[in-house]
Ligand binder design. Structure first.
Ligand SMILES: O=P(O)(O)OC[C@H]1O[C@H](O)[C@H](O)[C@@H](O)[C@@H]1O
Length: 193
């Protein structure tokens, strides 16, 4: 952390590369998600088992300038999802609700082509297209998952309150109420019966 002296003009410790969303500087965390860490996400168990468990599905980078859980702070992140499929489902994030459901989040598309899957508490699911420049406001009560439907990397930025937290339980137990599948070469939302 830079020491702020009276009347000093300092260089910020963190920078962002607008071409790919990469953040550089201090207070960063990096997380790599391998296929083996994502059981119960993809429907096709056979394809899941036939794919290298050490395949990287997505990577998250986040600038956490304050302690996680602190009220009033903000976090800033970038996620990359690699292109690929397990069965007829595209590579995607785990997806979560916020622990504090009155904390919203912004996402914005940086590279590639994706889908932001959204689901409310009553399990109504819908989706928004993600592309370079797309901007998404996610109401705090809504579960969110991102999916790469393209043939190159999907990268997107995120900004969320430092006390929002992640609640993965509902999605781990019951998933979303619709799955995004590639059918005849096109992404389609299919309700889960
Ligand atoms: O945590 P997941 O559901 O796997 O999503 C991956 C990540 O996507 C974005 O970057 C969010 O802002 C992060 O908070 C989240 O961790």
């Amino acid at each position: 952390m830079n020491i702020i002296n009276h009347l000093s003009i300092i260089d910020t410790a963190n920078t962002i590369d607008y071409s790919n969303g990469e953040i550089k500087g201090e207070s960063l965390i990096n997380a790599t998600k391998y296929l083996k860490e994502l059981p119960n996400i993809f429907e096709d168990q056979q394809s899941f088992e036939n794919t290298d468990p050490n395949k990287i599905i997505y990577e998250v980078q986040a600038f956490l300038p304050v302690k996680e859980g602190l009220e009033g702070g903000l976090f800033f992140g970038k996620t990359i999802i690699y292109p690929g499929k397990i069965g007829d489902e595209y590579f995607m994030t785990k997806g979560h609700f916020h622990e504090k459901p009155d904390r919203g989040e912004f996402y914005w598309g940086i590279q590639g082509e994706g889908i932001l899957l959204l689901m409310d508490k009553n399990r109504n699911t819908w989706a928004e297209k993600m592309y370079p420049g797309s901007l998404h406001y996610i109401n705090g009560h809504i579960a969110h998952r991102t999916i790469n439907i393209g043939e190159s990397i999907l990268s997107f930025g995120a900004c969320w309150p430092s006390d929002a937290g992640h609640n993965y339980q509902e999605i781990m137990d019951n998933g979303f109420s619709a799955r995004l599948k590639e059918i005849k070469g096109k992404p389609q939302l299919i309700p889960v019966r």
